[in-house]
Design a protein around this ligand. Structure first.
Ligand code: G3H
Ligand code: ZN
Length: 283
């Protein structure tokens, strides 16, 4: 069933687990996410980025995901991931999204607040919650000096001020997390996360969670992270499985035969994440 992310994240916050937010670009990834959620009886967010909208069509992909959410036997929210501008937010609201991220984190503080407030006003008018970000969720950090690494992270006092000034519903934090594959061993800054948690009462979001060791994910959930984003590990499962299958079956030209094992592999990734996030059995 289609729900808003607010109800999912508030329950997660109350009960000490995190809801998985999994990126989709097409039918097969969407099927894998919904099948995993149903198999684990877990609530999920299916998230769509601006890049996914560009690839699959601003009408087509939201329509497909909306239908999948409506017929799912577990609660599903449709989320705009890293919303780049006001225009994209409006088209997603029209398309039936039940959760919006406006990512203006690259802008100076005042402009980030102003952009987020504009989006909050329209989204809240139609009952849709908003995620915002402060700090920079970067790439791999191994060659970055410590002071630079810390400068890019979310400052706890600024997080509190941002939440107050922005009036949004969930806060994405930069605590050593990065998008894509990590080059070295990721090391989340748990002292920083705890300090943010002490100052901010709304649910916290962890981006760039692919490749973060399970023990750190568990600790992040115990430290107050309520939404965890996964994209790269799903992509990896999809493409590696496809490469493997086509190498072993070079004459196979039926996409259904090729994509079947890919969906299974992606479903396995999502199911595993749901277990680590402690959201299994919460639907
Ligand atoms: O917004 C999407 C996620 O933060 C993706 O993170 O590249 O670690 O899967 P990932
Ligand atoms: Zn992200």
């Amino acid at each position: 069933m289609l729900v808003t992310s607010k109800e999912l994240l508030l329950d997660a916050q109350k009960n000490g687990y995190a809801v998985g937010a999994f990126n989709t670009n097409n039918l097969e990834i969407t099927q894998a996410i919904v099948r995993a959620a149903e198999a684990k009886r877990a609530p999920v967010l299916i998230q769509i980025s601006a890049g996914a909208l560009k690839y699959a069509g601003v009408d087509f992909l939201p329509m497909l995901v909306s239908k999948a959410a409506q017929i799912a036997t577990v609660p599903v929210a449709i989320h705009l991931d890293h919303g780049p501008d006001f225009k994209t937010v409006i088209s997603c609201l029209r398309a039936g999204f039940t959760s919006i991220m406006r990512d203006a984190s690259k802008l100076p503080y005042g402009e980030n607040v102003a952009e987020v407030r504009k989006v909050v006003e329209v989204c809240h008018a139609v009952g849709v919650p908003v995620e915002a970000e402060i700090g920079r969720i970067g790439g791999a950090e191994e060659h970055v000096v410590v002071s630079d690494r810390e400068a890019a992270m979310s400052d706890p006092d600024e997080c509190a001020r941002f939440a107050e000034d922005g009036g949004f519903d969930f806060l994405a934090v930069a605590i050593g997390n990065a998008h894509g594959f990590y080059k070295g061993e990721p090391k989340l800054d748990f002292d920083r996360l705890t300090a943010i948690r002490e100052r901010v009462s709304i649910p916290l979001v962890l981006h760039g969670a692919s490749g973060i060791p399970d023990a750190q994910i568990t600790r992040a959930v115990e430290s107050g992270i309520c939404k965890i984003n996964i994209d790269t590990e799903i992509r990896n499962a999809f493409i590696r499985t496809m490469q493997d299958y086509t190498q072993k079956n070079p004459d196979q030209i039926d996409p259904r035969k090729v994509f079947g094992p890919c969906i299974d592999a992606m479903q396995a990734v999502v199911e595993r994440k749901i277990e680590i996030f402690r959201s299994a059995g919460r639907a």
